[in-house]
Design a protein around this ligand. Structure first.
Ligand code: URA
Length: 204
């Protein structure tokens, strides 16, 4: 089934959209991944978190942000006075992209064509949720949500908008922090992540 039109039917529900996305073949990633990992969280959430794509653990579990990046995100959110139960959590791309190396599946960054193919699902989630703020974590989410692929470094910690005027707060992807080799640098960047999510809480 092809991805739906970017404008959801007025009577659409998240459950119906999730069910439709489960059989999406709009890009080649569905061939290799275990399953579509759709967003989850309360329908009345005021904050929508957007990541890049499911990782190995998410692909197997069928749920977003349940692996190491998700655990770090939960810790940082708790330090900012926020709880996972307050968020709707999703990804720009809803299938895991990887290359197999022996038994390991190595994450590959999704390309523009995959981001575009998946965008109607993200658009539907945004339209149905109608969140007060969208938190774009990392470059892929930021590109998907704002349409601008300009570097994230100068944009992080700031408020932007979607093309139709929704508030987008720009922050790190937790996997970026997990990859930093220097402990001191990681600590410093983690503090900035806590500050960012604190700003998000203060927007509510
Ligand atoms: N990284 C993401 O961007 N999303 C997930 O769901 C897990 C890891």
């Amino acid at each position: 089934q092809a991805a739906p039109d970017a404008h959801p039917a007025p009577d659409g529900t998240l459950d119906a959209t999730r069910a439709a996305a489960a059989s999406c073949t709009a890009c080649p990633l569905h061939g290799q991944a275990t399953q579509t990992v759709f967003g989850e969280g309360p329908q009345d959430a005021r904050i929508m978190i957007v990541g890049e794509q499911p990782g190995d653990r998410e692909d197997l579990a069928g749920r977003p942000f349940v692996g190491p990046a998700g655990q770090l995100f939960d810790e940082v959110a708790a330090r900012a006075g926020l709880d996972r139960g307050q968020f709707y959590v999703t990804n720009a791309v809803k299938h895991f992209k990887f290359v197999a190396r022996g038994k390991r599946r190595i994450h590959q960054r999704p390309g523009l064509s995959e981001i575009r193919a998946c965008k109607p699902w993200l658009n539907q989630e945004i339209a149905l949720l109608d969140p007060q703020v969208i938190v774009a974590m990392g470059a892929t989410a930021l590109h998907a949500v704002t349409g601008s692929g300009k570097g994230i470094t100068s944009r992080r910690g700031h408020l932007e908008q979607t093309r139709d005027g929704r508030a987008v707060f720009v922050t790190f992807h937790p996997s970026y922090l997990l990859r930093l080799p220097d402990a001191g640098h990681r600590l410093e960047q983690t503090e900035l992540f806590v500050q960012d999510l604190t700003k998000v809480r203060q927007m509510l």
